[in-house]
Ligand binder design. Structure first.
Ligand code: CUK
Ligand code: CUA
Length: 765
């Protein structure tokens, strides 16, 4: 069946012949039948009805999950838990051409350390940009714990735009957390090291020369980039700083970072010393760092910082003298530190304590104001007593880790790692409200917008470290398990298990889907990674190839279904640069591009210009092609890179003799007329309905009109060739006219189906 008859058949079906007849051949299965057949309970059905999103419908929330060791971000919908996208961040991601085209290589270059590419990342904490403490849907940040880096993702196109390297840390964990207006992105170090780069300092000098710190990366919202020059770090003791959170509303201007090894233990099991895990949990308490970041920024502006490896660092003695750094004891090896939506309380969960401790910001400020300290740490930092600042301590269970908040006042949820449970509790009154078992060993948990000033409630996702028996076995390495829990009622209800097969996500954030407004196309000729016009962009008809000594630079285009140019000629040893602009305006019309065996790949979404670059270091013939099934003639979207030996002499090849005659041409002309009849009937259907009320259809109609518009030139060519009785070219140009017709018909049918499925109405003549 050729394409044309297939389309005719589709048309006939769409015209209403068949479906009722087909379905009546099957006996209907009732809900009860299905429940019996699949062994489902009433409870299962209730859970299913809360997560199921019917085809064509969308999720209420969009979640951005850390991709753990994959160095990527995973985007999924809630409540359906359907994966929507992986975003390449610290790791090359072939589909998006990330790390395989020149534009994205520039972004990854920003993540080089000591001149070397680091092609993996250990992502932990994604953070959405905020305005007045609420998510604004503009940017996403994520950290790399292993290699102290931070990435910026623009939510207009879900692409990574920048990676910055922390020049004084060797690892980091307490990031990314944003201040309420995204002035700064907070990133705290984890394992203390000397700040000086590539300098050996013996462990015996740990207390004196190893340091922790918190970096405040300045975010320039207009540029959509971190402004490295305006960023700064607070020097901290080598206490193994852990998580951070920014104050908000009542506590705006302050940030909180905890630590888990104030023992400053340096291990050495191989020398007969007790291991880290014993040495780092010997004391009953560690310290929460309380930092006035607003004042810190002023100190930096006033020149009170000193440069270390190019970064402004506020030394500890300055922080102490200026009164911007304080410590508060917190129970044994804490993990999460989470500020309540009103900014009045800070919840700290001690991994080795059964309690969560709720600190009062008001009490902390009162103690600082009164100068009431219980002492100083070995570095002279004032220590505020726990009793003076505690609001409540609540016994929740074994291994409390992280806390998130509900839309309901005073309601919090804390993960219990050892108990494999989520505890719902009241932080105002200090009492437990409910508990639910998860599967198994929960790390973070997340409620909708639950770390903002305005949590949305509804759902909670438990990020479980172990899946054990939940899924079909796939070998010793199991997927992670994200479990969806309904929190809209007093009792929590477990709804769904979602396997995450791409690294260990530590944290995830979810935003009301309505807040996201990503684009569907770029301005033609855009370098998406810089958001500026690409120097390699050309418009239709301007395609050209520049040849200079040792260099071939192609300025080409992509559109259904051809790559311009269709041949690229080079001499072995040439440096080849290929810029390709996707001329499409239609939604979802992405073309991909690769050249055989040269390890390049690019994804060109509508309007984007991509560049691949390589040295043609081997003589030979290398096909290049479009890697996205973009159209019926996608396989024909191809070309050849011809790499000739040095000094190659062109040989004359006899011209191919004509393959087509007048009869072939006439057949083509008839085919064009028949297809036009199909197009006319589709157009008739569309225009007789209120299609203008459907923006998606209007866009399709524009695209189809565009394809038909291209037809004119080919039509003129086949008619002219026919006049000269050049049946070869006349036949092929006529075929090209038909190609445009097919594309237009394809789009038209999509529009027609859309109208039928969305109940479009007939309009009067
Ligand atoms: S961490 Cu992994 S479970 Cu990096 Cu926030 Cu707590
Ligand atoms: Cu373009 Cu396939």
């Amino acid at each position: 069946m050729n394409l044309f008859t297939k389309q005719t058949a589709t048309l006939a079906l769409a015209a209403g012949m068949g479906f009722a007849a087909v379905s009546s051949a099957w006996s209907a299965e009732s809900l009860q039948d299905v429940m019996k057949r699949r062994g489902l309970s009433q409870q299962d059905l209730l859970a299913a009805s809360k997560t199921y999103v019917p085809t064509g419908k969308r999720d209420e929330f969009v979640a951005f999950s850390s991709g753990g060791q994959s160095g990527q971000v995973i985007v999924y919908g809630i409540p359906s838990m359907r994966i929507l996208k992986y975003i390449g961040v610290f790791t090359p991601e072939p589909w998006q051409g990330y790390g395989f085209d020149e534009e994205s290589k520039e972004v990854l270059k920003g993540g080089r350390i000591d001149g070397k590419d680091i092609t993996w990342g250990d992502t932990h904490h994604p953070a959405l940009s905020e305005t007045n403490g609420k998510y604004d849907g503009q940017f996403l940040f994520i950290n790399d714990k292993a290699n102290p880096r931070l990435a910026v993702i623009d939510l207009r196109d879900f692409e990574t735009k920048q990676i910055v390297v922390n020049p004084i840390f060797k690892s980091e964990h307490g990031g990314a957390f944003v201040t309420p207006n995204t002035d700064y992105v907070i990133e705290a170090s984890q394992y203390a090291t000397p700040f000086a780069n590539k300098k050996f300092v013996p462990l015996e000098r740990f207390n004196e020369e190893y340091r922790g710190g918190v970096t405040y990366w300045k975010f320039d919202r207009k540029e959509g980039k971190i402004d490295v020059k305006k960023s700064f770090t607070l020097e901290l003791p080598p206490y193994s700083q852990d998580l951070s959170d920014a104050g908000k509303l009542a506590s705006d201007g302050w940030s909180f970072t905890n630590s888990f090894c104030t023992e400053r233990y340096v291990g050495g099991i191989e020398k007969g010393r007790p291991p880290y895990e014993a040495g780092c949990s010997a004391k009953d308490t560690d310290y929460m760092h309380v930092i006035n970041w607003k004042k810190a920024a002023e100190l930096v502006a006033a020149g009170k910082a000193k440069k270390v490896n190019g970064m402004d660092v506020i030394p500890m003695d300055v922080s102490i003298k200026e009164g911007i750094l304080f410590l508060i004891p917190e129970p044994k090896s804490p993990h999460g530190v989470d500020v309540t939506p009103d900014g009045k309380f800070i919840t700290v969960a001690g991994k080795l304590d059964t309690h969560v401790s709720v600190y009062s910001f008001e009490k902390i400020m009162a103690a600082i104001k009164a100068g009431k300290f219980e002492g100083k740490d070995p570095y002279g930092i004032p220590v505020i007593s726990m009793q003076d600042t505690l609001h409540k301590q609540v016994q929740l269970g074994l291994g409390p880790l992280h806390t998130q908040y509900d839309s309901k006042k005073c309601v919090a949820y804390t993960s219990l790692y050892v108990d494999s449970q989520v505890a719902k509790w009241d932080y105002c009154e200090g009492k437990v409200l409910d508990k639910i078992s998860i599967h198994y060993n929960i790390g973070h948990l997340m409620t909708m917008e639950g770390d903002t000033v305005d949590p949305k409630g509804h759902y909670l996702v438990a990020l479980n470290k172990l899946a054990i028996d939940r899924f079909n076995p796939v070998g010793p390495l199991h997927p992670q398990n994200h479990q969806l829990i309904d929190i809209s009622n007093d009792k929590m209800q477990l709804l769904y298990d979602m396997p995450i097969p791409l690294g260990e996500p530590h944290y995830v954030v979810a935003i009301d889907a309505k807040m996201l407004k990503p684009g569907i196309r770029y301005k033609v000729g855009t370098n998406s990674r810089t958001d500026k016009p690409s120097a390699g962009a050309v418009r239709a008809g301007e395609e050209h190839t520049d040849k200079k000594a040792g260099k071939v630079e192609v300025f080409g285009t992509l559109i259904r279904s051809h790559i311009t140019p269709e041949t690229i000629e080079a001499t072995v040893g040439d440096e080849i640069t290929i810029h390709l602009t996707n001329l499409e305006r239609a939604e979802d019309e992405t073309h991909g591009f690769t050249v055989s065996t040269y390890n390049v790949h690019a994804s060109a979404e509508p309007g984007k210009t991509v560049t691949v670059k390589f040295k043609a270091d081997k003589e030979g013939v290398y096909p290049y092609y479009c890697t996205e099934f973009c159209s019926a003639l996608h396989l024909e979207m191809q070309g050849y890179l011809l790499v000739k030996p040095k000094g190659y002499k062109e040989v004359k090849v006899a011209a191919a003799k004509a393959d087509y005659n007048k009869a072939d041409y006439d057949k083509q002309v008839k085919k064009i007329a028949d297809t036009q009849a199909v197009i006319d009937s589709v157009v008739g259907f569309i225009t007789s309905h209120n299609y203008k009320d459907f923006p998606d259809v209007v866009a399709l109609v524009e695209d189809a009109t565009d394809q038909l518009g291209r037809m004119k030139e080919a039509k003129a060519k086949h008619e002219e060739s026919a006049k000269k009785q050049d049946w070869q070219n006349a036949t092929l140009w006529a075929e090209q006219v038909w190609q445009y017709q097919v594309k237009a018909a394809d789009i038209g049918l999509r529009a027609k189906t859309y109208l039928e499925e969305h109940g479009a109405k007939k309009v009067g003549k």
